[in-house]
Design a protein around this ligand. Structure first.
Ligand code: HEC
Length: 101
């Protein structure tokens, strides 16, 4: 009885740290790669780059997977998404979805 409560807490704790870790990893990736074009919070006014902050996480994931498998065409984004793993996509989507637009 006692043991199962404890392992429940451990599982909860682990799930939370995975979530925090993926946002952190997404932030690092975004700062290194994506922000050059998309900006961290605000795209520069005259750039043709869509803003990502605060967008729906599933929308971002779907868009990145479509760029990666080239069902959505963009020379720039096809090249960038081509080198992203599923984890990278999940991480950056989690990060940008959490950002305030
Ligand atoms: C070299 C510039 C550049 C970089 C770097 C870049 N992007 Fe993009 N991104 C673009 C452009 C241009 C578009 C618009 C493409 C189109 O017309 O579909 C775009 C579109 C997108 C979209 C679709 C947005 C929408 O409104 O549908 C997502 C999501 C996205 N980028 C995510 C990322 C992520 C995540 C990274 C980093 C891993 C990244 N981009 C890095 C230029 C860039």
């Amino acid at each position: 009885m006692r043991l199962s409560v404890l392992s429940g807490l451990l599982i909860l704790g682990a799930a939370q740290s995975v979530n925090a870790a993926s946002i952190y990893a997404g932030e690092a990736k975004a700062a290194a790669v994506c922000s050059q074009c998309h900006g961290i919070r605000m795209p520069s006014a005259d750039a043709p780059f869509p803003p990502l902050a605060g967008r729906d996480m599933d929308y971002l994931k779907t868009a990145l997977k479509q760029y990666r498998d080239k069902t959505r065409k963009s020379d720039i984004m096809n090249a960038i998404a081509g080198s992203l793993s599923d984890d990278d996509i999940g991480n950056v989507a989690a990060y940008y979805a959490k950002l305030k637009p």
